[in-house]
Ligand binder design. Structure first.
Ligand SMILES: [Zn+2]
Ligand SMILES: [Zn+2]
Length: 347
């Protein structure tokens, strides 16, 4: 075991503070990663504040990890010391179920994937995330960050990037398709960039026009305010895919009415309350509502390669570790453009 510095929430809703944690020894198939940057995902805040379910405390959040390999186990074949790498939301899975074998480790049916933090690994030890100096991860759950991507803007891609890339690909977004992205926040701004890079015609649907200039700069072709009822009249029956990145409950029937025949509303934001929808809004045009969670390891690598090729990185505000609690407040108030990233050298 090695003792490393980290930022942890000692108890639910308690501010994060500097502490130390133990990392396991580097096993045969493990790599030791010197963490350089860790993104702050909205779900870090939910979990540190225990909004979703009973958390494991102390909790070291962080599942948008970018760093450099500093040690490899004797059986490691995929990575060498000095490689630029990333770790996202999972660090292991059963590896035996149909989904794991198909590269859909995020949907592992053999007990679910082992999450990067707020979970227990196969040895029964708690997992600790990226708000720390280093991490030991099995090589099969590590991805390569191509040279064309800076590590700081790559970090958020490990959650926000794959969360938007996977459904856009799954539902066939590309040239000739019209896509709407609901919400221009941490997830949405990356979704806009990726959908644009995939060749689709991209519309942002945001509460107001406050971030319109940003949206157009990031690659959107159109930008509409959902607070204006005329938006829903004008755009009725328009989109092949609507990617909803907002966690607040929406009037789903209203958004479904914006889909073309066979269009899909995909939800990657998760409201805490059940949602209501009248099926009549879907029935007439064979529309669908769906949901999608992150992506598999191979697809995460594909996403990073795609982003490097198309110059897609997150828009970030780089902060020191002592600013984490302030950053949490600002994320909760939607006051970030568009992702906080911790410079882990400051931990
Ligand atoms: Zn996340
Ligand atoms: Zn599995």
């Amino acid at each position: 075991m090695t003792t490393v510095a980290a930022y942890a929430a000692p108890a639910p809703k308690a501010p994060l503070e500097r502490t130390t944690i133990e990392r396991r020894p580097v096993g045969a198939h493990d790599v030791l990663i010197d963490i350089k940057f860790a993104g702050i995902c909205h779900s870090d805040i939910h979990q540190a504040r225990d909004g979703w379910s009973e958390g494991i405390f102390p909790m070291v959040p962080g599942h948008e990890i970018a760093g450099v390999v500093t040690e490899v186990g004797p059986e490691v074949t995929k990575f060498s010391v000095g490689d630029r790498v990333g770790v996202g939301c999972m660090v292991d899975s059963c590896r035996e179920c149909d989904n794991c074998k198909a590269g859909l480790e995020q949907y592992c049916t053999g007990g679910g994937p082992t999450l990067t933090y707020n979970d227990t690994d196969k040895q029964g030890e708690p997992t600790y995330g990226g708000y720390s100096e280093n991490v030991v991860v099995n090589e099969d759950f590590v991805v390569r960050i191509p040279d064309g991507l800076e590590l700081d803007v790559a970090a958020p891609l490990l959650c926000a990037g794959i969360t938007t890339y996977s459904p856009l690909r799954h539902w066939g977004v590309g040239p000739g398709k019209k896509v709407a992205v609901v919400g221009l926040g941490g997830l949405g701004h990356v979704g806009v960039k990726i959908a644009h890079a995939l060749g689709a015609e991209v519309t942002v649907l945001s509460q107001s026009l406050r971030k319109k200039d940003d949206g157009l700069r990031l690659g959107a072709d159109h930008y509409y305010a959902t607070s204006d009822p005329k938006t829903f009249e004008e755009l009725a029956g328009t989109f092949d895919v609507i990617l909803n990145t907002v966690s607040a409950p929406l009037d789903f029937a209203e958004y479904v009415s914006l889909l073309r025949t066979d269009g899909t509303l995909v939800n990657v934001g998760l409201p805490e309350e059940p949602v209501q929808i009248t099926l009549q809004s879907m029935f007439g045009q064979r529309r669908s509502i769906s949901s999608s969670g992150i992506g598999g390891i191979a697809e995460t690598q594909e996403m990073l390669d795609f982003c490097a090729e198309h110059g897609v990185g997150a828009e970030i505000e780089l902060i020191g570790a002592e600013e984490i609690n302030d950053a949490y407040e600002r994320v909760t108030a939607s006051d970030v453009r568009y992702r906080f990233v911790i410079d882990t050298a400051t931990i």
